[in-house]
Design a protein around this ligand. Sequence first.
Ligand SMILES: NC(=O)c1ccc[n+]([C@@H]2O[C@H](COP(=O)([O-])OP(=O)(O)OC[C@H]3O[C@@H](n4cnc5c(N)ncnc54)[C@H](OP(=O)(O)O)[C@@H]3O)[C@@H](O)[C@H]2O)c1
Length: 263
Amino acid sequence: MSDVAPALLGRKAVVTGGSKGLGRAIAAELASHGADVAVCARGSDALAIAAGELRASGRVIHAQVADVTVAEQVRDFVAASAEALGGIDILVNNAGAAHPGTFETLTDGDWQADLDVKLFSMIRCSREVIPHMRRRGGGRIININAVYGRYPDPTFFATSVNRAACLAFTKTLAVQLAPAGILVNSVNVGFVVTSQWKNIHRQRAPAMSEEEFFEGMARGEVPLGRFGRPDEVSGIVTFLAGDRASYITGASIDVAGGMGKYV
Ligand SMILES: NC(=O)c1ccc[n+]([C@@H]2O[C@H](COP(=O)([O-])OP(=O)(O)OC[C@H]3O[C@@H](n4cnc5c(N)ncnc54)[C@H](OP(=O)(O)O)[C@@H]3O)[C@@H](O)[C@H]2O)c1
C-alpha cells in the first residue's frame, strides 16, 4: 500500500447535480482522492443510489434533495453541507441540463429556465459557499460549462448564449476572489455520454441506435471522433481542486476531444 496521502485528504467538496452523469463521476473521484463530499439533485431515488456508492469510499458524504434554481434550497443545502462536512473548500457547479432549441422555437420561458439552471445556479451556489471558503483562508470554485459558450451552435441557441455568460462569470469572479485565495475556473465540456445526451437522442432520432447517433454527431464535430466519458472530465476537476493547480485561476479549459474551431 502507498504511504502517500490522498491528494484531497480532508478537503470538503460540494458538487451540485451529483446524482448522475458528470456530477456523479466528479463526486466519486473527489471522494476517492480523500475529500468529504456533499451532493444535491432534485430526484431523490438516483441521489440515494449515488450517495450509497459514494459512502463506499469511507469519506463523509452528505446528500440532500435540492433544486439549484430555488434560492432557499441552495441556501439550505450549502448550510447543511458545511455543517455535515465541517466546512467547505471546493464547489463544483455542475447541475444543469441541455436545452436544445433554435431562436425561432425558444420561448421567453425557455430562455429564463435555461439561464436559471446555468448562470443563476452558479451565482447562487458561489454566493453561499464564499463565506465558508473565506473562513478557511481560500478555496476552489470549478464551473462545469460547455464548449458551446465559445463555439456557438444555433440549434443550442440558449445554451450557447448562456454558457458564454457562465464563462464571463467565471473570469470576473476569479479576478474578484483572487485576493481571498479562492481560485475560480471553467471546464468546458464538448460531447460526453450522459443521461442528457441519451434524452436528446430519444427526442431527435428515436429510430437510430444510440451508437449510430453519437458516432454521427462526433464524426461531424469532434476531431477525436467520439463522445467522451464522464471519467475523462472528472480528472481535470480533481486536478483543479488540488494543490498542483495553485496558480491557475480564471482559466477556461476545454475537455472536448478537440471540438471548437478557435485558437
Ligand atoms: N454531457 C455533456 O456532453 C455536456 C456538455 C456540455 C455541458 N454539460 C454540462 O455538464 C453538467 C452535467 O451534465 P450531465 O451531462 O452530467 O447531465 P445529467 O447526466 O443529466 O446529470 C445532471 C445532474 O444534475 C442534476 N440537476 C439537473 N437540474 C438540476 C437542478 N435544477 N437542481 C439540482 N440538480 C439538478 C440532475 O439530477 P435531477 O435531474 O434529479 O435534478 C443530475 O444529477 C450540466 O451543467 C450540463 O449542462 C454537459
